[in-house]
Design a protein around this ligand. Structure first.
Ligand code: FAD
Length: 278
């Protein structure tokens, strides 16, 4: 069982708990993006087990009439084992998502994985003519080119600042520079992505940028934030009519995810400390 201090950021260990969390969110106008925690498997059995868990999750979402989709990490379904294992498992998940009409997001990991992830995604999203989305990272110098490649491909792109510490040969490492790139890429997407733009950020500045660009270009957009982060803002945006998605991790590998959230922000550490003391 997940201790109360971690339950701010993780919906539970079981899919049933995660689906229940989505129901309460849906009541507030927010949709869910479900992510089974797990990454960097080098044993194919683990990649197969999580692929099977996602197939079952897709069926559960389809049958429960909730507003939710899924998001999968490439190294969770075999990318560290080999590109072929990853492609086979992603194909199974994409096919099931298309069959049950459940949207499938693909997270992006560090820069060494970008080519394989992009190639597998593009192949599948073209085959299914949509129903899938891919995350791209503003800190990578290549991302403008990758966006141009995907602009006329069916499917969505979630643009984020980038969570991985990348070498300066391939990435902008200065935070202000990343923010400037993020703005430019968002502007490009509102101009060029007719099917919509997904902003994966808690940053109030870029939520406003998206709102202004939507007014200017009419391009549909959605804001995606993590469970446990700026929850009131998620509800407020949804009440204003913005499409808001909450990224909801669940599963028994919650500790390292929770630890990352606590380390990245002082307020989260204080929250955890208060919960232990009280
Ligand atoms: P930051 O630059 O961290 O902060 C900017 C401002 O946002 C802060 O000054 C504050 O006002 C506000 N803010 C930020 N965090 C908090 C907080 N905890 N509480 C209150 N206010 C806060 N990265 C990847 O590399 N690959 C992925 O696949 C990926 N998927 C993601 C999916 C979603 C839905 C989200 C939200 C993020 C994802 N990320 C991913 C992470 C992303 O790259 C960033 O590392 C992360 O979102 C932090 O950047 P930020 O834009 O939220 O704001």
């Amino acid at each position: 069982m997940i201790p109360p201090i971690a339950s701010k950021f993780v919906a539970g260990e079981s899919p049933a708990e995660a689906l229940e969390h989505v129901r309460t969110l849906n009541d507030r106008g927010v949709a869910g993006i479900l992510n089974l925690l797990g990454e960097h498997y080098d044993d194919p059995a683990n990649a197969t087990a999580d692929t099977d868990a996602y197939l079952q999750l897709i069926d559960d979402i389809a049958e429960s009439e909730i507003d939710a989709c899924i998001s999968v990490k490439p190294s969770q379904i075999g990318l560290d084992i080999g590109a072929e294992t990853f492609e086979d498992n992603l194909t199974e998940i994409a096919n099931r998502g298309a069959k049950r009409d459940v949207f499938v997001w693909v997270d992006m990991e560090d820069y060494t994985t970008t080519d394989n992830t992009l190639d597998a995604y593009e192949d599948l999203v073209r085959r299914h003519e949509g129903g899938m989305g891919l995350c791209l990272q503003a800190n990578l110098k290549r991302t403008r080119d990758d966006l141009e490649r995907l602009a006329d491909v069916p499917g969505k792109v979630r643009i984020v600042k980038g969570a991985y510490d990348e070498p300066s040969e391939v990435a902008y490492t200065d935070k202000d520079r990343v923010d400037r790139e993020y703005r430019k890429l968002i502007e490009y997407m509102f101009e060029s992505f007719d099917d919509g733009v997904a902003i994966g950020s808690h940053d109030p500045e870029f939520v406003s940028v998206a709102r202004d660009l939507h007014r200017e270009h009419g391009t549909p957009y959605e804001i995606q934030m993590l469970m446990g982060v700026r929850t009131d803002a998620q509800y407020e945006l949804a009440a204003e009519g913005v499409d808001v998605y909450q990224y909801i991790p669940y599963g028994n590998k919650w500790f390292s995810y929770f630890y990352r959230r606590v380390r990245e922000r002082k307020e989260n550490a204080l929250f955890a400390l208060r919960a232990i003391v009280n």
